[in-house]
Design a protein around this ligand. Sequence first.
Ligand SMILES: Cc1cc2nc3c(=O)[nH]c(=O)nc-3n(C[C@H](O)[C@H](O)[C@H](O)COP(=O)(O)OP(=O)(O)OC[C@H]3O[C@@H](n4cnc5c(N)ncnc54)[C@H](O)[C@@H]3O)c2cc1C
Length: 494
Amino acid sequence: MKDPTPVDVLICGAGAAGLTLAIDLARRGVRFRLIDKLDQPFAGSRGKGIQPRTQEVFEDLGVIDRLTAMGGHYPAQRVHHADGTWRDGQGLVVEAPSAGEPYRMPLLVPQNRTEAVLRARLAAFGHAPDQAHELVSFTQDAAGVEATIRTPDGVEVRRCRYLIGADGGRSTIRQALKIDFAGRSLGVRAIVADIQLDGLARDVWHQFNPGDMQKHVSFCPLPQSDLFQLQAPVPTGGDVDLSPGGLQSFIDARVPQTGLAVLGVAWASAYSMSAWLAARFRVGRVFLVGDAAHVHPPTGGQGLNTSVQDAYNLGWKLGAVLAGAPETLLDTFEEERRPIAGDMLRLASDLLDAAKRGEMRRGREVQQLDLGYGASSLSLNATAGPRALRAGDRAPDLPLIGAGGQRRRLFDLLQGPHWTLIASGPAPVSLARKGLHIHEIGTGLALRDPIGQFSASYGLADGDMVLIRPDGYVGAVMDATGLARFPAYSAWLR
Ligand SMILES: Cc1cc2nc3c(=O)[nH]c(=O)nc-3n(C[C@H](O)[C@H](O)[C@H](O)COP(=O)(O)OP(=O)(O)OC[C@H]3O[C@@H](n4cnc5c(N)ncnc54)[C@H](O)[C@@H]3O)c2cc1C
């Protein structure tokens, strides 16, 4: 079957990465299609930690309140001792939200629920993933990609301008492109299971025998459900019985003194931990995002978050190029995201080593708020002297006041698929462009900085301009002289 209506983008894989990209393209009006080989969406809790930076992304995509309502914050950790006593502690370094960083706590949301919220958001744009559609092969030429898809109604051939491999760690697309997936197996195998369990309180995350790879087992209560997520290392070889009876025997052997009873198993899996990074994230018209491009151990809760942020980085670039921006903009996806994925792999592997010693504690480094693109070819610092905020930095949130005295948040001004220019003082009329929202801050202007937080955080001199990308990172910081570089830079704006 040859498809008569070509799309611009075909996204292969409706996990967290594919869904995020689909929402971002949908709100830009890009013609795309999202397919997934599974008959039904994936049902397990696996990636349950939504880091603060991803919460900001989800605010922009319009899903954060719903996700927060469906999730909860990470509970305290309860380490149980063999004599039946325990010690409660916090496994996270917790800091209060601030004006610049409104999200400082990871959210605990089972991955299947996060994906359900993303699907609901996509439905509001009139789109849904095509389930039971498997990409089996593709070819590409200078103008586009031709994909062969196995569907319940037969084989379909679909032409698109760009193909996105959001198809997970075993990516068919990465393998077809013969992209080197370098890394190592970390020598740890584990089980993860969503179980109904009798015998444990639901207000803490229970840890038994931490640091002992033969005996460790943990039970994290999943919010707004009767499920616990069981996680435990298991021997690297041999079968693991994931049935209710098998998991009961497993728990009895590891924590015989507790009398815990498995009442049901909603989902269970055994997997080997590894750290792999694709040598390339782009080959011609084909891109890799998420686990297709990098596979991490679960320690530190980085995988889903890095996957969502890959998609968020690629979405606006695809939208801009399809709207006429230079094709070279797409090269900056790999340039910006691959180093970040490499750093995440090292962080998650280091945390796994700490977990083996029973010492894992998650600090600011897992929250992804300090990630940025300072070294990117898209980052332009065009000021006579340094400013507090540099091109490539994440643009912080801040409170402002509208000319009529109404409260405004900077993140509200950024929300949406557009670029934003913030001027410290009046902005020349010549800067106006399609797709660019311009805001002037200062006395007698549209916005005011009531208690000087904007000026302290952004550090702009009078007449400076900061250009914020659609993904919330600073693209350019310019003073009155540096503004001469704006016309050339604005080629990326669509
Ligand atoms: C135990 C565990 C705990 C974890 N904890 C965390 C955590 O706390 N925080 C965190 O950030 N991450 C965590 N992760 C990692 C997280 O689950 C993954 O990083 C995340 O799922 C990656 O999303 P993705 O969309 O890239 O890929 P996936 O979720 O794997 O989705 C890929 C999709 O592509 C589809 N697909 C594959 N091949 C094809 C094809 N040929 N045609 C069509 N469709 C196809 C699949 O069916 C699938 O739906 C954890 C993982 C595990 C195993």
